[in-house]
Design a protein around this ligand. Sequence first.
Ligand SMILES: Nc1ncnc2c1ncn2[C@@H]1O[C@H](COP(=O)(O)OP(=O)(O)OP(=O)(O)O)[C@@H](O)[C@H]1O
Length: 271
Amino acid sequence: MVESKTSSTVEAGLTALAVSLRGVTKAYDNGVMALGPLDLAVRKGEFISLLGPSGCGKSTALRLIAGLSAPSSGTMRVARHEGPVQPGHGIGFVFQEPTLMPWTSVRENVRLPLKLGGIPKAEGCARADAALSSVGLADFADAFPRELSGGMKMRVSLARALVTDPDILLMDEPFAALDEIARFRLNNDLLALWRGLRKTVIFVTHSVFESVYLSQRVVVMTARPGRIQADLRIETVEPRGEEFRTSAAYSDYCRRVSAALAPSYSGQSTL
Ligand SMILES: Nc1ncnc2c1ncn2[C@@H]1O[C@H](COP(=O)(O)OP(=O)(O)OP(=O)(O)O)[C@@H](O)[C@H]1O
């Protein structure tokens, strides 16, 4: 069959997308309308942040993209998979809590997704060690979670998400519980990893500063049910580093994102 020029152009556009949500809504069984209708397109290799008031449906959106929950309506495409998204289909998930198994080593924690996937132990250990090395924890593979700081536990969680080599990394407020110095370090290390691996990253945060520092696009959501309030592109010299954090351009972007966020909080208590 000879493809028409139009259809191949459309196909090229689709395959460049890692995630596409059209008119997606989510109503929970208890009647809470959590999300949408949400329209969101994320290009392969793009780093975007989702920002919005508490309860606006950010985690719900990530869970839908991960295939951990089904949308109530609308259409979704994730990577090149059609129809229902299968859990673990090229997706890594990092939660706010590192959720490590305390009774076993860091290496075994990172190896877990491979073990569950039936990967032989020797290969799993080698891949776990490589993932730990990529997050700067090569020397801690035999340590136990209790021996690690909060930032190090989060690095282990990140290594566990990366060990399956996912196309898409979903991160749900991963650094929110860390002190500022640890958070800044992890921000820089995550950017370096992203530059090297070029995975698609969808990063949920409550921090305007963090979203601007990390992302190519900041997507601001309305209050529940979450829809897109604003979609801002962050254009700056790459690679980003501390000089960006202290630049006039950074302050200006932070002001613009804050202004875009303000209507989402109107009518809500600030306490
Ligand atoms: N399993 C569930 N059953 C019923 N309601 C739920 C469920 N999960 C979330 N909700 C509700 O859906 C809404 C959106 O929740 P969600 O966790 O997605 O928001 P969020 O933007 O991630 O919030 P936060 O920033 O506080 O983490 C909230 O009102 C929440 O109470």
